[in-house]
Design a protein around this ligand. Structure first.
Ligand code: S3P
Length: 180
């Protein structure tokens, strides 16, 4: 039988990856790895401070390093930062790790959710709403290419999104059993 795979959450900031990740962790009992949390812990400071003191490139390097340490034979819930798809090597690694799920939402909803916390360094611009729309448009094709499953979270809560992901995981497992 095929080994169980990880569930990897990708998507724009504010879409709810961290909350859905915690929900999935609780429901599956799998370990959760949140790449932003790992990077912040390693460098000993919040993500916004990493950006302001060392620049985005330093953050991206740490992000790739943290990701590359995750192994395909260790099923887990993996929560990524919104920019993880900017590097192709990250995307290839995510695909090896498991089912990559793109959490999607309309820009207004993303902005509303993302601006609840003032911890998004890429939104520290004169017009953060416009910046978010630009990033979202630039990245849409990268998220689409990286993912096997896309879930619109615009009108869905975390529990419902988790439920949808888990039913897809079960459907894939059932398909694999039939083929075995
Ligand atoms: C980023 C998103 C953030 C964090 C960093 C860069 C991005 O994570 O990794 O600020 O490039 O979109 P969230 O998606 O959890 O906000």
């Amino acid at each position: 039988m095929a080994a169980p795979r990880s569930i990897v959450l990708i998507g724009m900031m504010g879409v709810g990856k961290s909350s859905v990740g915690r929900c999935l962790e609780r429901r599956t009992g799998l370990q959760r790895f949140d790449i932003d949390e790992i990077v912040a812990e390693r460098l000993g400071m919040p993500i916004a401070e990493i950006f302001s003191r060392f620049g985005e490139e330093r953050f991206r390097r740490a992000e790739t390093e943290a990701l590359s340490e995750l192994r395909p034979n260790q099923p887990a819930i993996i929560v990524t930062g919104g920019g993880v798809v900017l590097r192709d090597e990250n995307v290839q690694h995510l695909k090896r790790l498991g089912l990559v799920v793109w959490l999607h939402a309309e820009d207004d909803v993303l902005y509303e959710r993302a601006s609840r916390k003032r911890n998004r360094p890429l939104l520290a611009t004169d017009d953060p709403r416009d910046t978010l729309s630009q990033l979202s448009a630039e990245r849409a094709s990268l998220y689409a290419e990286a993912s096997e499953l896309r879930i619109d979270t615009t009108e869905r809560g975390h529990e419902e999104v988790s439920e949808l992901i888990l039913s897809k995981v079960q459907a894939i497992a059932a398909e694999q059993r039939e083929q075995a």
